[in-house]
Design a binder for this molecule. Structure first.
Ligand SMILES: [Mg+2]
Length: 200
């Protein structure tokens, strides 16, 4: 019998993130102000997350774009130090850990994915994932969901998908997933939806 599965987004679900500190720390070693951080990286952030640029190229081009006066290792550290684990999600997932498979589906880049998986315990609940940078496509496109279904042999009707972005939920709904639009200010709603889905 096919088994129920939990499939989860990462950003603003399992961890929150804030680029403000990263922008400020870059600004200390750059002629550009913190507010210009994203604008300077405009042309390279998306290609990087879509897998059209590897880690090394991204870091080199970001250092150039920001005129960052530091090493690649320093930039990588600043780039990655933006996340905080969501303790409510950790508690919820711990209840189901080992009882059903859990997979990740995230728009992310290689540096962030490696950093997240090696620094936050919440990822120990997950077997594996599909990530935009290696899938070479991103949410909310259908293609990355199809890759996820194939990779994990998912039955969408038995897969509980959690994401904080309405556009991603729309695609997942169209494909027949059981979905939950997550809001970390209303974690209770997820607890209740999961229990209902598990027939409790
Ligand atoms: Mg998200």
């Amino acid at each position: 019998m096919p088994q129920p599965v939990i499939l989860s987004d990462i950003g603003n679900v399992l961890v929150t993130f804030d680029f403000t500190t990263a922008a400020q720390r870059c600004a200390e070693k750059s002629p550009f102000k913190a507010e210009q951080f994203f604008h300077r990286l405009d042309g390279i952030k998306m290609p990087y997350e879509n897998g059209d640029m590897n880690d090394e190229t991204f870091v080199r081009e970001a250092i150039e774009a920001l005129e960052f006066q530091g090493s690649a290792a320093e930039f990588e550290q600043i780039w990655c130090d933006i996340f905080t684990e969501n303790p409510a999600m950790e508690r919820t997932l711990a209840q189901w850990s080992g009882k059903l498979p859990m997979h990740l589906l995230s728009n992310t880049n290689g540096l962030h994915k490696d950093y997240l998986l090696s620094n936050f315990g919440i990822f120990n609940h997950f077997d594996d994932g599909v990530y935009s940078y290696s899938a070479k496509c991103s949410k909310p496109e259908v293609e990355i969901f199809i890759q996820t279904i194939e990779k994990f042999s998912l039955n969408p009707a038995l897969t509980f998908y959690i994401d904080d972005l309405p556009a991603n939920i729309v695609t997942a709904d169209r494909l027949g997933f059981q979905t939950h639009l997550y809001d970390f200010k209303n974690h209770e709603a997820l607890e209740m939806a999961l229990k209902r889905w598990m027939g409790l």
